[in-house]
Design a protein around this ligand. Sequence first.
Ligand code: TEU
Ligand code: CA
Length: 591
Amino acid sequence: ATPNPWWANAVVYQIYPRSFQDTNGDGFGDLKGITSRLDYLADLGVDVLWLSPVYKSPQDDNGYDISDYQDIDPLFGTLDDMDELLAEAHKRGLKIVMDLVVNHTSDEHAWFEASKNKDDEHADWYWWRPARPGKTPGEPGAEPNEWGSYFGGSAWEYCPERGEYYLHQFSKKQPDLNWENPAVRRAVYDMMNWWLDRGIDGFRMDVITLISKRTDAAGRLPGEIDSELADLPVGEEGYSNPNPFCADGPRQDEFLAEMRREVFEGRDGFLTVGEAPGITPERNEHITNPANKELDMLFLFDHMGEGEGRSKWDLVPFRVPWLRGTLANQQAAVKDAGWASLFFCNHDQPRVVSRWGDDTTEEARVRSAKAFGLLLHMHRGTPYVYQGEELGMTNAHFKTLDQYEDLESINAFRQRVEEAKIQSAESMMASLELISRDNARTPMQWDASKYAGFTAPDAATEPWLTVNPNCASINAAGEFDDPDSVYSFYKRLIALRHENPVVSAGSWTLVDADDEHAYTFVRELDGERLLTLVNLSGRTIDVPAESAAMVDALADGIEPAVVIANYDDAAVAASLARHELAPWQAVVIRL
Ligand code: TEU
Ligand code: CA
């Protein structure tokens, strides 16, 4: 087999710069703050840092609305600070991957300003459409179709200067770029080359699977009035989801292959990972199969409950068979070619220890944080650690709406509680407490001081988002030297991948595929076999039959060789001898 590319046994750490480390006391994280924490990241053992956007932006969607791709927003620093971060990271063997947000720009980008003029060369750089026939432009109901935005309301915003509507799948300050226009693609590729020539090591590509929209011969978007797709299913908020027409569109592979040729041909040592709403495991195999020269890997969302047809705010109870089923499909699709990214946490998702684990007691929080960490890192693929996940940081547990900052959460409350009256305020506050994106965005907890060391205790301004008060007991300073901390456990998981090819390159085979609480699988390479057993419940359970038989086949007189576990060896040996797994017990044994 061809040797694995470098990223096949790498671990990526995602930094949300706004919440990572503030060094100038303005309450926002900044680039100098990241540079000041590189030794911590090098010690953790990660290989790559992915930075969420730090480009010039009005910050409507916290930087995912870019107004200048080739400059740094003063909130985070300057291009010189970026160059210093690159140099300091590279000195430590750390690669830097930046966030590429090119499905849309900010409405304050010069391209969009110019596009408002129909005679400008940029007129066709966005998706402009006239009002619905017979309707007064700008009036409710005059939008070109019923598509809804991810952030509530219509996906169409009226622009009086141009007298037409523009498409925005996200906020109205994030107009969708028209990728059908070769001039748009050229400008994007030139910008990407500019950054790679500056020394960055690749890109995480924001909603890159939404850039190709389905249009009819006349270039009309599906669902536009008088087109054959006008009858759109409309949801409870009064809008339909554009995903069916914008996700994984007809030119998806063509655009990704063109980008690969125009930007990455001839370069090496880079990483490309695409954020891929609406992509199936089978399509993931096609896009990440090296033979197709598109992307190295993708973030899929089926295991995160996205695209279940219902709203993300309709909470469903966690069930092991469902999580195992989706991850098993992802693993099966790429067992021969293609690759998987492995994540439970990021800046859009709640903290996994609060969402699916148990953060109500210290013991349950530590055990379940380690259980989900071990489960993820023992799969085949490239793991992503989101800032604070390695500490077992929890959700914010905000109790009032004014504590939230995220426009997705605030708009959803307004639309579902006050306008469409789909949820009660109490029910929506419970949904936000479990799944709002702000849960992942509270400042990184470095120590037990007032603002967790994120900003100085006497800083001129408060952090932009409330620091979780549990920083008093959950912080890097308290975990760094503690061998039993979540931090130390993540450090061992990362080292395990670097030291054992069976973990990065070994095959993945599910065991006990129908157990309600235990998630078990085997990794194998050249005869070396590791069995992973994880109890994803807070109760003591029986080891499922197939796994028990494997453990028994070992135990003739010898203790199972424990590779890593979230209980001490004696406890592991005792529970396995009884064919039991203690609450949240996770263990890898060598068969
Ligand atoms: O997220 C895309 C996306 O689909 C998110 O809206 C996410 O799925 C949802 O919020 C979780 O339910 C990317 C970025 O990661 C996100 O931060 C941006 O807000 C979004 O694109 C627009 O750029
Ligand atoms: Ca700052």
